[in-house]
Design a protein around this ligand. Structure first.
Ligand code: HXC
Length: 258
């Protein structure tokens, strides 16, 4: 499928989506968000793909929602269209693991989309921020919620209320990103992590992702119960038998996604 605003490629079992509106620092226009959703749909449907990397350019992962598109909208425009959460949330409904590889700016909706991914790998050039307040609005795709859960109230409040950006080192210190790598290695490192996941049992990886995500939605006791049910259910898979037998027999496992 030909896209205008994203590039799509596969490397082995890894699907890569690159946001590609260089003239607008990958601002998330309606078209880009639609195409991102279509690209994710295609990778989800492709049984040869086990993990996804979402990335942008050297200068920007994405500098936010498209301000030029938003500027003249009225309340009824945004309310009736449920602007802009519908569509954007496709990233959160992705069942295959998805890594955000962030270099340069991840601002506003760009930071929000990165936080919708399972984890963020940051280049040393990455800058994260929720600057909506400086243009007279507030985050609208989960920024006030996901950022607060990731970095805590003090940092989230300062970022959301003043628009201050975090650099990569602070983002790592604060728990927003899993690791910082040199910019030149960012995509290779993200693909390596994705390859690792894609080489495992997809159904078990999906269960693991579901279990961690549950931590954001429920109490500790309920979450632990939920985890135990999913843990038990891995024993219904052929891949659990294969993984443990391979360990005992001192050979690499051959998972079959069954
Ligand atoms: C539309 C954008 C854009 C955006 C940059 N551009 N960000 N266009 N929407 N969010 C465009 C600029 O207009 C310009 O195009 C080109 O990209 C290059 O940007 P410059 O500003 O010239 O680059 P630079 O001086 O390097 O500054 C980079 C920057 C700045 C600091 C990232 O562009 C910036 O502050 N951008 C806006 C960041 C922001 O406020 N994001 C939050 C958006 S609100 P032209 O053609 O004019 O030269 C949001 C709400 C989410 O995301 C709600 C979700 C539901």
């Amino acid at each position: 499928m030909a896209y205008e605003t994203v590039l799509v490629e596969t490397r082995g079992k890894v699907g890569i989506v690159t946001l590609n509106r260089p003239k607008a620092l990958n601002a998330l226009s309606a078209e880009l968000v639609r195409e991102l959703g279509q690209a994710l749909d295609a990778f989800e449907a492709d049984s040869a793909i086990g993990a996804i990397v979402l990335t942008g350019s050297e200068k920007a992962f994405a500098a936010g929602a498209d301000i030029k598109e938003m500027a003249t909208k009225g309340y009824m425009d945004v309310y009736l269209a449920d602007f802009i959460t519908s569509g954007w949330e496709r990233v959160t409904t992705c069942r295959k693991p998805i890594v955000a590889a962030v270099a340069g700016y991840a601002l506003g909706g760009g930071c929000e989309v990165a936080m919708m991914c399972d984890f963020i790998l940051a280049a040393d050039t990455a800058k994260f921020g929720q600057p909506e307040i400086t243009i007279g609005t507030i985050p609208g795709a989960g920024g006030t919620q996901r950022l607060t859960r990731a970095v805590g109230k003090a940092k989230a409040m300062e970022m959301v209320l003043t628009g201050r950006m975090m650099d990569a080192a602070e983002a790592e210190r604060s728990g927003l990103v899993s690791r910082v790598v040199p910019a030149a290695d960012l995509l290779a490192e993200a693909v390596k992590a994705a390859e690792k996941m894609a080489g495992l049992s997809l159904p078990v990886v999906m269960l693991a992702k579901e279990a961690v995500n549950r931590a954001f939605e429920t109490t500790l006791a309920e979450g632990v119960r939920f985890e135990r049910r999913l843990f038990h259910s891995t024993f219904a898979t052929e891949d659990q038998k294969e993984g443990m037998a391979a360990f005992v027999e001192k050979r690499p496992p051959a998972f079959r996604n069954r």
